[in-house]
Design a protein around this ligand. Sequence first.
Ligand code: GDG
Length: 447
Amino acid sequence: MSRLVIVSNRLPLGDNPSGGLVVALEDALQSSGGLWVGFSGEPVDDPADRLVFHSGASFERAAFDLTARDYEQYYLGYSNSILWPLCHGRSDLMRIERDFPEGYRRVNAQIARLLVPHLRADDRIWVQDYHLFPLAGELRKLGVENPIGHFLHIPFPDFASCSAMPNPDELFEWLSHYDLLGFQAHRDLSNFEDAASDLSEIEPLGDNHYRLLGRVLRAGVFPIGIDTASFIEEARHSPAEDRMRSLTGAEMMIGVDRLDYSKGIPNRFRAFQTLLEYNHDLHEKIAFLQIAPPTREAVEAYRDIREETEHLAGRINGQFATVNWTPIRFIHRAMPRAVLAGLYRQARIGLVTPLADGMNLVAKEYVAAQDVSDPGVLILSRFAGAAEAMEEALIINPHDTWELAEAMAQAIRMPADERRRRHSALLQGVIENDVSWWSSSYLDTLG
Ligand code: GDG
């Protein structure tokens, strides 16, 4: 079996790297003597001019270093101040600095240069996400002819957003060097087709094959899943369950998101405010727990969203709280995964309301964590990739405060048999299309 080489922005480090992606790929990595390459994690003054190998996992892991300048231009700059807002429909939040595109290209070229000496003739290379679009082209320049696939974890931008990039046609040039482009949702594949036909030269050849700028490639939809079996176990045995029940005395509604402007946290706070304004009978009967660990705080737009969120939570609590009840609890810290699993299980409502999202794994985790005999209700934004396959959730438009508030009321009052019927259909999908199914269907297609 040919070896699998994964390249991602972040290297899973630590002695027991057990994130969802790692678990999904562990079999393929183990059985083929795989290699995972990624950033070491902290910028350094004096970067090693080679990959640094780490022990402690069942596959090889090798890190590249970045200087503070690389990190600023490639990671905070081009990746997270241009591509991330653009792909999430927030071109207004882009910050285009002159040296960002150059830094992004430079770091990708450097990763290719460091990787090439370690490649074998029959390796399959799988590149993860938007930080590394140019990598295949850089590897090809150095003579690499191996199959190279890309998977985009976030939405593919539509034509209008693509046009707001500093160099729109370059995106398609980068993509043209891959053999397989993987997207989360059909929406992304059709955005890719439309934008490529307006901004580049693409010819559909049928059966998911395309000629892009003269090169033939495949593109397909591979919705990512979670490690469902282990999440179910984790939720069943979670320590949080009894403690939470004694703390609240009210039904709990939960949101779990990195504090990112794409996740629609202020929208759900406003909807909760509307719910409380028009449903006095629900006062002291429902408590909203929002867990939102910090992320990318060096980028200005992330400081703004933190301020907005904290301000709103404070105002709503000031308006409605009683001596016995705090309507919103906002935790701006990461929680251990096992605690999270137990909290999902306790929550009568799972709120997933992004304004744009590649997939959204929280929606799947919430479903997996439920007690099948008395499950909670998932409220899910139609803008999450997850909504394409999770039709039995209450699907909402997060921009519509009234619709979202009504969905919250419907969820709280939903009879147990309807909750069980919806949940059982959702759970079946989360079990069938788990993360191992995702990685094997992608890798089978890459061939
Ligand atoms: C990108 C795409 C796509 C969150 N808070 C804590 C915590 N989390 C975990 C959740 C979940 C993960 O982080 C978040 O995954 P999402 O899918 O919701 O979102 P992104 O981070 O934006 O991921 C997304 C994903 O890639 C995969 O392709 O679905 O669309 O944007 O697993 O549980 N985990 C712990 N403590 C926390 O406080 N332990």
